[in-house]
Design a protein around this ligand. Sequence first.
Ligand code: CP3
Length: 355
Amino acid sequence: MTHRERFLAALNHQPVDRPPVWLMRQAGRFLPEYREVRKGHSFLDMVRTPELATEVTLQPLRRFGIDAAILFSDILTIPEAFGMRVDFPEGGPVLSPPLRTAEDVRRLPRAEVRESLHYVGDAVRMIHGELGGKHALLGFSGAPWTLACYMVEGKGSKSYDTIKAMLYSAPETLTALLDKLADAVIDYLLMQLEAGADAVQLFDTWAGELRAADYDKYVRPSTLRIIQAIQAKGHKIMVFARHPGHLTESTVRLGADGLGLDWRVDMAQVRKALLGLGQRPTVLQGNLDPIELFAPREHIERRVQEMFAAAGGGTGWIANLGHGVVPPTPIAGVEAFVNAVQALRVAPMAGGAGQ
Ligand code: CP3
């Protein structure tokens, strides 16, 4: 099987020789060759220049035997398409002016993502050409709630007090914003799929900041609308929602083709929830704690075996981390992880997470 065939087979619940593997944030500062390119360019230059985005997308594929490439970009391209200014100074992204009132949300123009983010489509086309069908290519977007967190707070936050104050005092303002974001995200993901992405992933990094009841009532509908719109066009969509476990049922019920699990979530329990809820087959993805990549090789190998067992030992699992690779990660840890997954064998006809 080629890398791409293996990845797509897993996503389609077809037999695989071994589980596919890729890593969230696999292109980035832990790689010396990324830091070398980055020396001469700002992060945003790299995102906006298809040749540079293509080069750094391919870097981890040259080094590790991973099955999928993920477009090098950022989730904060969408706020830019809404006319916000986005900067990446040391210490994390800054968006201005932040959205605070019902009037700010009402005045937000419709985002013409296919025009303003044309460079993203160009990068996907270029990467797709370079891959020559050997590796799967993933596109992505931030989910509406996580995008709204940055657009309302104006930066990352520890307590999300501004956006939560909006949620509790003016929920209709927040849901109007989430709706506008969902429209833009649908266009954006379809653009990437039409340009050659094999599947797309939504990143809902800040989902876990909410109580399950609030997530279900205010946030889940916009994410669900995106998933259904992408599936209605015959495409595959995965969701990674970061939460310590309380959103398992809410996210399982999204009916995505793949569900990325936070490292704190018990994969065997999610598998049970999937079966119990009679949900459409969903491939589970994850969920090694990214900090376990700092551990000795034997630890990583043991954890890969444990995850394989928790996922059912068969098809229906894509090996990954439970959040992104962090910059100080040792390369040897990533090698140990990928090699351990490559050494796994799926028994013919074995069941799995989604069976
Ligand atoms: O997975 C990949 O390799 C693809 C590329 C990718 C990046 N960002 C590159 C990046 C993806 C999928 C993202 C998504 C993203 N961006 C998320 C969701 C996933 C997650 O990690 O939770 C979020 C919340 C962002 C917003 C963002 N971008 C932050 C908070 C930061 C600064 C923090 C940091 O790590 O520096 C970024 C910058 C960023 N995005 C870098 C990279 C490689 C570092 C930029 C640099 O070179 O200085």
